[in-house]
Design a protein around this ligand. Structure first.
Ligand code: FAD
Length: 520
C-alpha cells in the first residue's frame, strides 16, 4: 500500500509538472508528502467546482483540491510546495463568494477551508462569556457564529449583509455593513489571529504580538497567510429589531440624513442605504422581501412623479429587548429620531422582526433568487469607497449619467461610514476623509448581453472616478496590473510589498488576487 501511495505521490508530482526537485529525496520529505498527497483530491467534480466562483466571470482550473484536517496540514502543504524548485500556488477558499477569481489557483492547489470544520476535527466556535469574545475557525460561516454566540446571549457587533461567507474570507477584505459607522469593519473587532504564513509557519498574532502580521493579514487579501482562527469581540445580543426604510427623492437630503444618523451616539444601531433607479421601480420585480405589493405601487408613483433619476432609501435598524418597557422605549426613541429626518412625508416603513431574522435577511432573499434561477448567474459587482466631499458629483455622474435608463438588474447600495473607526495599520485601503461612502453596484447578468453591458458600465464608472480625480478606492478590489495595485495601495504599497517579502517570499498564496506574480 505504501508503494502504491508513493506512486500516487509520484503521479501527483508529475501532474503538477515541475515539482520533482532534488530536495524532495529525503525520507522525511517523502513521509510528509504521503500524508499531504492523500488529502489532495484531483476528481474532476472537485476541481471543476474550485475553478469558478460567485462572480461566474473568470475560470481557472487547479491541479487539485486540498482537504485539510488541521492548520498543521495547511502548513505542511505550504512547506511541501516550497520544497519544489518551482513552488505550486496555494489558494485558501472559503465559500468562493468572490466575484473575480480571487480564491482560484490556476494550476495550483485550492485549500477547501470548510474541511477544517468537518467530521471529527472538533468544534471550532468557542465562546468565552467572561472574556466577551469568540474564538472561531477561519473556515466558519458567520451565520454559524451568530447562532453559536446567541446561545450565550452574546453577538459580534459588526455584520456583513450576507452571512453565508467565511470569517477568513471577510477578514481578508474588511467585512462591512450597517454597523461599521459605530464599531468599524469586522477587522476592527478582531483581537487575535492564528495564521499559517506563506513560509509554512504557524503564528499567533495580535496587536501586542507579531503585530506586523496581525495588521497585515486583516484586509490582507490572503497575501501573507491563511487565517485559521480569529478571536472576535462580542457584546450582549438584543432580541428584536425595528427595521426601518425611509424614502427620499433628493440625493442631498438623503446623504445629509445619513450623515446625521452616523454622527449620532444614540439612534440607529445600523445605517445603510439603497439607490433604486427609476426603472428598477417601474420595470423591476413586483415583490420584495421588505415591501408589500401596495407599498411598491406607492413607491413607483413616487418615482414617476419625480425628476430625479432614482428613489433613495435609508435603511436603519434599532435594536431592543422584548421586555414591555423596552418596547415602549424603542417606539419613543424611534419616533424622536424620525422627527429629525427629512424623508418624503408618509414614506416611512417599519418592520418589527427578531434579531436573527434581521441579520439573516439576505439568506432569505437568496432562497427566493435560487428558486427563480437567478442566483448562479454572472455577478460583475463593483464596490467603491467614495470620499464624502465628492459623493454628489459621483452620484450625478453615475446615477444620472452612466446608469440612467439602464435596465434594472440587482441592487445598488450607498451608505456612509466614519473613518475613525478604521485602523490604518491594517491592509485595507480607504479614502483619506473623515467620512466616506460605500457604494456597491451589486448587479446580476440575467439576460443575454447583460454581462458585457454591465462590464462596460463598470468601466465607465471607474473612468469617471479617474477622470474627475474623485479618489475612489475599490473594496473587494480587482486590478489587472501591478501598476493598478500600486495605485490602489498608494502609500501602503511599500508596506504590503515588504510583508509579502517576509511572509510569502515565493508568492504562492492567493494568486487569484493577481497582486504579485508567482515565482517561476
Ligand atoms: P472566498 O471568496 O473564498 O475568498 C476570498 C479571498 O480571501 C480569496 O483571495 C481567498 O484566497 C482568501 N481567503 C479565503 N479564506 C481565507 C483565510 N481563511 N485566510 C486568508 N485568506 C483567505 N462583503 C462585505 O464586506 N459586506 C457585505 O455586506 C457583503 N455582502 C455579500 C453578499 C453576497 C451575496 C456575497 C456573495 C458576498 C458579499 N460580500 C460582502 C463579499 C464577501 O465578503 C467576499 O466575497 C469575501 O471574499 C468572503 O467570501 P468567502 O468567504 O467565500 O471568501
Amino acid at each position: 500500500a505504501r508503494f502504491a501511495t508513493l506512486l500516487i505521490v509520484t503521479g501527483f508530482l508529475s501532474t503538477v509538472g515541475h515539482l520533482g526537485s532534488p530536495a524532495f529525496g529525503a525520507l522525511d520529505d517523502d513521509l510528509l508528502a504521503l500524508d499531504i498527497v492523500s488529502k489532495i483530491h484531483t476528481d474532476r467534480s472537485l476541481t471543476v467546482e474550485a475553478s469558478s466562483d460567485f462572480g461566474h466571470i473568470v475560470e481557472a482550473t487547479p491541479n487539485g483540491v486540498f482537504h485539510p484536517a488541521s492548520s498543521a496540514d495547511i502548513a505542511t502543504l505550504i512547506r511541501f510546495s516550497l520544497h519544489q524548485q518551482t513552488p505550486f500556488t496555494v489558494a485558501p477558499r472559503g465559500k468562493g463568494h468572490s466575484s473575480r477569481g480571487q480564491a482560484l489557483a490556476p494550476g495550483g492547489i485550492v485549500v477547501d477551508m470548510p474541511s477544517l470544520g468537518q467530521g471529527d476535527h472538533g468544534h471550532r466556535i468557542n465562546v468565552s462569556f467572561d472574556g466577551m469574545y469568540v474564538d472561531v475557525g477561519g473556515e466558519q460561516l458567520w451565520v454559524d457564529v451568530l447562532h453559536a454566540t446567541l446561545k450565550h446571549g452574546l453577538t459580534p457587533r459588526v455584520w456583513t449583509d450576507y452571512l453565508r461567507i467565511t470569517v477568513g474570507g471577510t477578514l481578508s477584505n474588511a467585512g462591512i455593513g450597517g454597523q461599521v459607522f459605530r464599531h468599524g469593519p469586522q477587522i476592527s473587532n478582531v483581537q487575535e489571529l492564528d495564521v499559517v504564513t506563506g513560509t509554512g509557519d504557524m503564528i499567533t498574532c495580535s496587536p501586542g504580538n507579531n503585530s506586523d502580521l496581525f495588521y497585515g493579514a486583516l484586509g490582507g487579501l490572503g497575501q501573507f497567510g491563511v487565517i485559521t482562527r480569529a478571536r472576535v469581540g462580542l457584546e450582549r445580543a438584543p432580541k428584536r429589531v425595528k427595521w426601518v426604510r425611509l424614502a427620499y427623492t433628493d440625493v442631498h437630503q438623503f446623504t445629509a440624513d445619513q450623515e446625521l444618523l452616523i454622527s449620532h451616539r444614540a439612534g440607529f444601531d445600523y445605517v445603510e442605504g439603497q439607490v433604486q433607479l427609476k426603472l428598477t421601480l417601474t420595470e423591476g420585480r413586483r415583490s420584495s422581501s421588505f415591501f408589500s405589493a401596495s407599498e411598491l405601487a406607492r413607491l413607483t408613483e413616487l418615482a414617476l412623479g419625480t425628476g430625479s433619476a432614482a428613489v433613495y432609501f435609508i435603511e436603519g435598524a434599532m435594536y431592543y429587548d422584548d421586555r414591555s418597557a423596552g418596547t415602549v422605549e424603542v417606539d419613543q426613541k424611534l419616533e424622536a429620531l424620525l422627527e429629525e429626518l427629512s424623508f418624503v412625508p408618509g414614506f416611512v416603513f417599519v418592520r418589527d422582526v427578531a434579531y436573527v431574522q434581521f441579520l439573516d435577511r439576505v439568506g432569505q432573499e437568496e432562497q427566493k433568487l435560487r428558486s427563480a434561477g437567478v442566483w448562479d448567474v454572472p455577478h460583475p459587482w463593483l464596490n467603491l469607497f467614495v470620499p464624502r466631499s465628492r459623493i454628489h458629483e459621483f452620484a450625478a455622474g453615475v446615477f444620472d449619467g452612466v446608469l440612467r435608463g439602464t435596465r434594472p438588474v440587482g441592487l445598488i447600495l450607498m451608505y456612509p461610514m466614519n473613518r475613525d473607526r478604521w485602523d490604518d495599520r491594517m491592509t485595507t485601503v480607504t479614502p483619506d476623509e473623515d467620512v466616506f461612502y460605500a457604494v456597491g453596484l451589486l448587479r446580476s447578468a440575467v439576460a443575454a448581453g447583460d454581462l458585457e453591458r454591465l462590464e462596460r458600465e463598470n468601466e465607465e464608472v471607474l473612468e469617471l472616478c479617474d477622470r474627475a480625480g474623485i479618489g475612489c478606492k475599490q473594496y473587494l478590489p480587482h486590478h489587472a496590473s501591478q501598476d493598478g495595485w500600486r495605485r490602489h495601495f498608494g502609500a501602503k504599497w511599500d508596506r504590503v510589498a515588504g510583508l509579502k517579502a517576509t511572509y510569502d517570499p515565493r508568492a504562492i498564496l492567493s494568486p487569484g488576487q493577481g497582486i504579485f506574480p508567482p515565482a517561476v
